[in-house]
Design a protein around this ligand. Structure first.
Ligand SMILES: *[C@@H]1O[C@H](CO)[C@@H](O)[C@H](O)[C@H]1NC(C)=O
Ligand SMILES: *[C@@H]1O[C@H](CO)[C@@H](O)[C@H](O)[C@H]1NC(C)=O
Ligand SMILES: *[C@@H]1O[C@H](CO)[C@@H](O)[C@H](O)[C@H]1NC(C)=O
Ligand SMILES: *[C@@H]1O[C@H](CO)[C@@H](O)[C@H](O)[C@H]1NC(C)=O
Ligand SMILES: *[C@@H]1O[C@H](CO)[C@@H](O)[C@H](O)[C@H]1NC(C)=O
Ligand SMILES: *[C@@H]1O[C@H](CO)[C@@H](O)[C@H](O)[C@H]1NC(C)=O
Length: 292
């Protein structure tokens, strides 16, 4: 039996029960690479001439890569995995058909099926591993804008923005005074998909005006078990005062550095001017003396 078309081959055989079936889950970060495992348990030395190996996805039905008996290298269909998927021949000879997938995008969030058929067993499916890839991307540190608008308004509106995350975020607004979650009826979050296929989120919070309203905006990435929390406060004189739970940014320190550098520059300029004046004075007095 000689099968030339990998598509036909799949249609014929992918429905059959495999000797060994496995299910795995793996997490990948957008832009990085991930290993999708498919290992034959008893594999010590494999005669690759006896095996058909396929990596495919079901939705859409795509062959990511495949290996046919008698070949010297895996083949890649002309698709979006062509330059991003890699099988290792050395590992395959040990019964390890794991696939490395590079430059992960949100579209890769799906189940990949590894199918291994043995020629000498009448093309029996000896191994099937379903690997579900979960894709994650870090949200940017939220930016909370302080309420603007006339102070006669009865309400204060805070806005919180964060971008380029995955999966869809959870947004919480927190009362900084007692660390309680604020009522969801006061909030409005708009989540949109940007040109990279990642999520951007804008959330607004409207609360009754009070002398000291301190709130925090929290963006949760469930997959990364990460909460990015930034606080804001209303006093206009103090400006934005941000605090990030796991990676503090310190705008104040930056300001101090700028002031110090500016101060040093001022002193240097003053010294230069004074020195120049002194030098000129000395020269003019010198030439005066020379005339006498
Ligand atoms: C793997 O996926 C196939 C196709 O969706 C399914 O028929 C099979 O039951 C799955 N196997 C396991 C072990 O989850
Ligand atoms: C399978 O092969 C890949 C690629 O060579 C390697 O990274 C991985 O550790 C191997 N897995 C096992 C279980 O040997
Ligand atoms: C996400 O960002 C936070 C802080 O910005 C950092 O501590 C963390 O390591 C990042 N995680 C990943 C997976 O890049
Ligand atoms: C925050 O909590 C304090 C103390 O419980 C309460 O007095 C205040 O009204 C709360 N602020 C908001 C905006 O709900
Ligand atoms: C949230 O947005 C919807 C539609 O834009 C609007 O009807 C609703 O009043 C908003 N709620 C708050 C609390 O701002
Ligand atoms: C993030 O904050 C929310 C709301 O306070 C909480 O339910 C969740 O457990 C937190 N997640 C992590 C990973 O800390």
């Amino acid at each position: 039996m000689r099968l030339r078309s990998p598509g036909l081959f799949l249609l014929l055989l992918s429905g059959l029960q495999a000797d060994i079936q496995k299910k795995e889950e793996v997490q990948g970060i957008v832009g990085s690479s991930v290993e999708l495992n498919c290992v034959y348990p008893e594999g010590s030395s494999f005669d690759l001439n006896d095996f058909y190996i396929y990596w495919q996805t079901a939705m859409p039905e795509t062959v990511v890569t495949y290996y046919l008996p008698g070949n010297t290298s895996p083949r890649y269909k002309d698709n979006r995995y062509q330059h991003r998927a890699q099988l290792s021949l050395d590992s395959m000879e040990q019964g390890n058909f794991s696939l490395r997938l590079y430059n992960i995008t949100p579209q890769d969030e799906q189940t990949f099926h590894c199918l291994v058929f043995q020629k000498s067993l009448e093309l029996k499916k000896v191994l099937q591993v379903n690997v579900t890839l979960h894709v994650a991307a870090n949200y940017s540190i939220p930016v909370v804008s302080n309420p603007i608008g006339p102070s006669e308004d009865e309400e204060l509106t805070f806005m919180c923005k964060s971008t380029n995350g995955y999966p869809r975020p959870n947004v919480y607004w927190i009362n900084q005074t007692d660390n309680s979650l604020l009522d969801e009826a006061l909030q409005n979050s708009t989540v949109s998909v940007n040109e990279h296929g990642l999520y951007d989120v804008v959330s607004t919070l409207r609360v009754r005006r009070a002398p000291n309203v301190n709130v925090k905006c929290c963006i949760e990435n469930v997959l990364l078990h990460q909460n990015l929390t930034v606080s804001s406060q209303t006093e206009p004189s103090s400006g934005t005062k941000d605090k990030i739970t796991d990676k503090p940014a310190r705008p104040q320190e930056k300001n101090i550095t700028v002031f110090i550098v500016f101060g040093i520059l001022c002193v240097l300029v003053a010294v230069a001017v004074a020195a120049g004046w002194f030098y000129r004075n000395r020269r003019s007095s010198g030439s005066y003396i020379g005339h006498v």
